[in-house]
Design a protein around this ligand. Structure first.
Ligand code: ADP
Ligand code: ZN
Length: 289
């Protein structure tokens, strides 16, 4: 079986060819320009392979409601050229194959659930902390959609009283993304995140905000595992601090085997940063069923 994967990002499009085992056989990357410029390049690439189905994980917001007249559209994105764009429909027209469609972070969550460290679990959360923050939620073995799709990166976080940084989110003064995404770290401390590696207070504060968010996710969604990916999480020193703070904040309230084994409860992404593309392959498989 030959499956196509499109990880549609605001700055780049990653296109890949793979199969139902998550094996990636070819991959290219294109800059995200306008649909008029980028769509023909993408359809040409996919047309060169005899695909059975395509899976798309896109930047959002996107309409995932199959009963909606704008299902398969990228909707109110700040990337104006792609606003209200029927990405799924245009691929369908050009390729004539089944298409699976979800958000980029839900796709990455599905990648981990199908091929990675959430395999076999019914409930889990995948969080990416990079240019933005995003969370994909697996519940009862399915990706959570709902009214729109979870926007768990904008949950409101109690600020550390010593943190005077105003946050980067234009909508909220103290949401997770505005306080803890890569650009927030860089603006608060005035340096590239990667150059702050040895600065303990940076990661102590970062871990505090991530841990506060995780505690809320744990209490509401009861995930069986939490997977943290994205550029910022390449700072491995964050993991032990996050685990410690989550335990402290929960105050011993939850007593499960997972709480006794935080090292395998809160983990890093397991697919070498291929979780997004592999999740798109899985979306393509779902579209075939
Ligand atoms: P994107 O979110 O755009 O898909 P990334 O997940 O790589 O891409 O996130 C990019 C952000 O992550 C940048 O803001 C950068 O500050 C941060 N980042 C990337 N690599 C590292 C690293 N090794 N250590 C700390 N921060 C990083
Ligand atoms: Zn926000």
């Amino acid at each position: 079986m030959l499956l196509g994967a499109l990880e549609a990002g605001g700055t780049k499009m990653v296109l890949a060819i793979g199969n139902e085992n998550g094996e990636i056989k070819d991959r290219i990357s294109l800059p995200t320009l306008t649909p008029e410029e980028t769509m023909p390049q993408m359809t040409d690439y996919f047309k060169n392979h005899k695909l059975d189905a395509l899976g798309i994980g896109t930047f959002g917001p996107a309409d995932l409601n199959k009963n909606s007249s704008t299902y398969g559209y990228i909707t109110t994105t700040p990337k104006l050229a792609w606003r209200n764009y029927n990405i799924c429909g245009e691929f369908k027209k050009a390729l004539g194959i089944p298409i699976g469609f979800d958000t980029d972070v839900n796709a990455a969550c599905l990648g981990e659930a199908t091929f990675g460290c959430m395999k076999g679990l019914e409930n889990g959360i995948y969080i990416t902390i990079g240019t933005g923050v995003g969370a994909g939620i697996l519940t009862g073995g399915k990706l959570l959609h709902g009214m729109l799709h979870p926007e768990a990166c904008h949950i409101l976080i109690e600020r550390n009283p010593k943190d005077t940084f105003e946050g980067t989110c234009p909508y909220h003064k103290n949401c997770l993304e505005g306080l803890a995404a890569g650009p927030a770290i860089e603006k608060r401390w005035g340096k590239k995140a990667i150059e702050l590696k040895d600065c303990a207070e940076v990661w102590e504060l970062e871990a505090e905000y991530i841990a506060k968010a995780l505690v809320n996710y744990i209490l509401i969604m009861s995930p069986e595992r939490i997977v943290l990916g994205g550029g910022v999480m390449h700072q491995e020193q964050l993991f032990p601090i996050i685990r410690r703070k989550v335990k402290e904040l929960l105050g011993g309230y939850l007593s499960t085997k997972q709480m006794d084994d935080m090292d395998s409860y809160i983990v890093g992404a397991s697919l070498n940063d291929n979780q997004g593309v592999m999740g798109c392959l899985s979306l393509a498989m779902q579209a075939l069923k």
